[in-house]
Structures are given as structure tokens and as C-alpha cells.
Design a protein around this ligand. Structure first.
Ligand code: DHK
Length: 154
């Protein structure tokens, strides 16, 4: 095990339908495939992943409240709540850990309303348009970031 604490992997509404939902936009992998992929990457780094998906804003917010003091970083695909939810954004800052916002599609190349994110201003990094690999990229980034914070000065 590494010294890096657990990473919370949050997925918002409709992402439980990955694989069947608009595959031309979101691909053919299921959410279980994505969680397994991130889990494999995490295991290679000795990091624990805590994953949670919900279609409910309340449930996502409650999960963030429960995470206070228990996690080292957050990877979140807020899905539709990206563009609508001040409450989710407010909850995301409560654990006070680095946040990576992930979008499977390139939200900037789609409808105008997808260009605005309530989450991006409080995120450490934003990934969009890399497909499900974006989740792996987010994890690799967090491992690097959190690992470097752990380093003891010589
Ligand atoms: C997923 C969604 O469900 C949309 O509401 C976002 C995001 C884009 C994605 O690309 O993963 O607009």
C-alpha cells in the first residue's frame, strides 16, 4: 500500500447507463468496465478506490459529506449536474482535497449549455474528450500530485 489515502470516484446521473446510452458519444464500455479499469490502475499504485454512482443529487452530496476526513482526492464525472448544480459544487469543496473533473465526451464540442461547468472553477484539473481513458488519466494525475505532496524534503 502507498501512503496515499483513498480516492473517491464519483459518477453522476445516467452514467449507470454507460455502454447502452448514446454509444456514439459515450462509447461501449459499461460503468463496471470503467470502475474495473480505474481499480486496476489504482492497484498498480497501491491506492484504494471508493466508487459511488447515483442519479440523485442528494445522494452524491451525502456521499461527499460522509467522505470528510476519509479521502485524499476526488475523481468526479458530475454528468448533467456539471451544468446545473451549485449544491454539488458546494459539497465538493467540503472534503478539502484535490478534485479532478472528468467528462468522457468533449463537452466543448457539443451543445452550448455543456460548456459551462459549476465544478471547473473548484477543480484542480479537468479532463474532457478522452473517452473512458480520462478516468485513468485523472487517477494517474492524482497519484502523481498526492505522491509529491507526501515527499519529505531532503
Ligand atoms: C456526461 C453527461 O451525462 C453529460 O450530461 C455531460 C458528460 C457530459 C460526459 O461527457 O461524460 O454534459
Amino acid at each position: 500500500m502507498s501512503d496515499i489515502g483513498p480516492i473517491l470516484l464519483l459518477n453522476g446521473p445516467n452514467l449507470n447507463m454507460l455502454g447502452v446510452r448514446q454509444p456514439e458519444v459515450y462509447g461501449r464500455e459499461t460503468l463496471s468496465d470503467v470502475v474495473a479499469l480505474v481499480g486496476e490502475t489504482a492497484a498498480r499504485h497501491g491506492v484504494q478506490i471508493v466508487d459511488f454512482q447515483s442519479n440523485s443529487e442528494e445522494a452524491l452530496i451525502n456521499r461527499l459529506h460522509e467522505s470528510l476526513g476519509n479521502i485524499a482526492g476526488i475523481i468526479i464525472n458530475p454528468a448533467g449536474f456539471t451544468h446545473t448544480s451549485v449544491a454539488l459544487r458546494d459539497a465538493l469543496v467540503i472534503p478539502d482535497v484535490p478534485i479532478v473533473e472528468v467528462h468522457i465526451s468533449n463537452v466543448h464540442a457539443r451543445e452550448e449549455f455543456r460548456r459551462h461547468s459549476y465544478v471547473s472553477p473548484i477543480a484542480t484539473a479537468v479532463v474532457a474528450g478522452m473517452g473512458t481513458f480520462g478516468y485513468v488519466a485523472a487517477l494517474e494525475f492524482l497519484v502523481r500530485l498526492l505522491g509529491s505532496q507526501d515527499e519529505v524534503a531532503p
